[in-house]
Design a binder for this molecule. Structure first.
Ligand code: SAM
Length: 276
């Protein structure tokens, strides 16, 4: 019998992949977690039916949520990742030469375990000497830290369940406090085609708190619509400016040219952030 997995990306649109095998299917205390082996994208992690990452295209998201801040902040020594339990963002962070410590705060330890069991290319970072892995609520963790991090990355699920707070203005204020005087925040802010409200909510919330607020885009085939957005809040530095050229031949999507280009927004995206 043929097996397919479908993510319902909108009430009227499904994204389906043929499945070779189901590797994990469980209800964690926070969400439904599945790992499937697909023909097209290799292994795929789904949380509450939504694709989080796949073997084949994970590099785009993980490079782009990390490298833009890591290469525009001049000294990203202490970096905090909220969410990101698959380990992909942590891998990029700890491999960056300027980073001294990468702290990951993931609420659901079963996500970390699934990465260890099925995604070795992502989980390779958990035991890195620069890495610290904490199982806790990122909202609570950020409240408990003041003036501590150079860069904070919010690698969260969609604004449902435990991630709702991660898109609130109160959370962005706490992030501002947890950052050093010249700190920088990056959040994943969903698709400009399907999630205009999420982008508006994240962008407005961050703009109300940080003096510099900018949006950039990346093309991710397994995410809804294939076009994804990230929003930066910065206390001091302009995230469009590359301050450090990271010569890493392993990077497949990020480059200094791409860094500059991704801030050039199509008019329909500009309208979302500038208000229409
Ligand atoms: N790349 C993905 C995407 O955009 O679809 C997101 C990666 S997924 C690993 C995000 C992680 O955020 C999940 O493992 C989830 O458990 C975690 N998360 C959600 N709310 C959280 C919270 N309040 N604190 C810490 N982690 C949280």
């Amino acid at each position: 019998m043929e097996l397919w997995v479908t993510e319902y990306q909108t009430p009227n649109l499904g994204f389906s992949c043929r499945v070779k095998a189901t590797l994990r299917n469980e209800k964690t205390p926070f969400q439904h977690l599945a790992v499937v082996e697909t023909e097209q994208f290799g292994r795929m992690l789904l949380l509450d039916g939504m694709v989080m990452t796949t073997d084949v295209d994970e590099y785009v998201y993980h490079e782009m949520i990390t490298q833009v801040a890591l290469n525009s902040h001049p000294h990203p020594e202490k970096v905090l990742i909220i969410g990101g339990g698959d380990g992909g963002a942590l891998r990029e962070v700890v491999n960056h030469p300027k980073v001294k410590k990468g702290t990951l705060v993931e609420i659901d330890e079963r996500v970390i375990q699934a990465a260890r069991d099925f995604f070795p290319a992502l989980a390779c970072s958990f035991d890195h000497p620069k890495a610290e892995v904490i199982v806790d609520d990122g909202v609570k963790f950020v409240k408990e830290h003041k003036n501590t991090f150079d860069v904070i990355l919010v690698d969260s699920t969609e604004p449902v369940g435990p991630a709702v707070e991660l898109f609130s203005q109160n959370f962005y204020r706490d992030v501002y406090e947890a950052l050093c005087d010249d700190g920088m925040l990056v959040v994943q802010s969903e698709s400009p085609f399907y999630n205009r409200d999420v982008i508006k909510m994240a962008f407005t919330g961050i703009k109300n708190v940080f003096p510099v607020c900018k949006l950039y885009l990346a093309s991710i085939p397994t995410y809804p619509s294939g076009l994804w957005s990230f929003t930066v809040g910065s206390k001091k530095y302009d995230p469009e400016e590359v301050s450090f050229v990271y010569e890493n031949p392993q990077l497949k999507y990020y480059s200094p040219e791409v860094h500059k280009a991704v801030f050039k927004l199509p008019p329909f995206v500009k309208k979302i952030v500038e208000g229409d």
